[in-house]
Write a protein that binds this ligand. Sequence first.
Ligand SMILES: [Zn+2]
Ligand SMILES: [Zn+2]
Length: 449
Amino acid sequence: MNISKEELKKKVSEEIDNNKDKLINFSKDIAENAETGYRELKTSTKVKEIFKSLNLGYTDGHAITGVKSEPIKGRSDGPTIAVIGELDGLIVKDHPLADLKTSAVHACGHNCQLGSMVGVGLGLINSGASQYLNGNVVLFAVPAEETIENEFRINLIDEGKLGFMSGKQELIRIGSFDNIDSAMLSHATTNPEDKDLSVGGTSLGHVVKYVEFHGRASHAAGAPYAGVNALKAANIAMMAMDLQRESFKDEDKIRVHGILTEGGTATNSIPSIVKLEWRIRGRTIDIVNEVNEKIDRSLKAGAMAMGANVRIRSIAGNLPMLQNKDINDIYAKNAYQVVGEGNVKVHPDDQSGGSTDMGDLSQIMPIIHPRSGGAIGVGHGNDYYIDDYYKSVINPAKSMAMTVIDLLWPEENRLKEIMNTHIPNYTKDQYINLQEKRMGNEFHEFMKS
Ligand SMILES: [Zn+2]
Ligand SMILES: [Zn+2]
């Protein structure tokens, strides 16, 4: 070994810095072509093009649009780390940058993740650093982290094109993570508390609901009594779901929220089909399951009251995220070097936020999910922008690349050590079993013929 670990980290960071325009322009280009989950065709093509520019082979079509690089091989065989970037945008209709046809927009900053992911690969390949490491790195661009467009995804499930709803869930199911031992992903954030870089924190588990109320159409003025109003059934159900709130404990961090995606077709016809997409989140899966029963009762109550029918589809949502503390500690030390200790936030373990399918992955292997600054406005809002691409793309790329070097450095073999002490909650098969059990499809009939 003729180079020290710190020298190698410096070399890789310099390489990332030298290519900052390429990485930032790539991230901006992704933002200008935003697409939602399982529809990220242009986005995955752009990922493939940049992989080709690095002479990096890949396989595609992972969970429809996922692109996975060939391993960037180390000098000898060791564990394989996936550096992940999420391909999907959101739908925010009134965002100034939203696509005119689809309203897709990167209002969660996933475009920056792809830039950082490529940055790590570029740094390791161009500097020749990988040849010093005991282990491999895979760049993995994954689809559909945001749980949206439930009806579209349920149709994909019913057509047999998907087994689970979220990208990483499906990738676990089909074996795309089988050759991966550990994973990392850096997510942009608008929270000033996160400073320039942050580590730690958890996320909530959830279940996804897709609900259809079926009534009977009739003339809304001439013969309303001849119809069964599916919108009123949904109204009662929405009120009943809200009234459950007083039974929620603060410490369980329960969130119940949703949208009406179809509320009728014409004002002069009693609505016969009304659709809801809902979400139930909580600190643990048991809590989510408990609240799910209350929500199912509320949905049934709406249908029963109006004499309508209701189909309730429950789809296994994300599991709570558990980050590996040892890898987070390593990342934090590297982040100190990149942006200075005063610009790094270390979150306590009990902090909770939204949900992510990195949670699912965290239940079967050691992962980290650090955050980076540079975004402004409200996450998922119409004023969300990346204000400082250097902070959102380059800083996390350097910190992750340095963390990879620590984890695979031959004299230390830190990742091997971590894998010996890290006990995942589930094996892959246990995970699939658990999630399959959380899928439900019930039809309750109260409508008289
Ligand atoms: Zn998001
Ligand atoms: Zn996100």
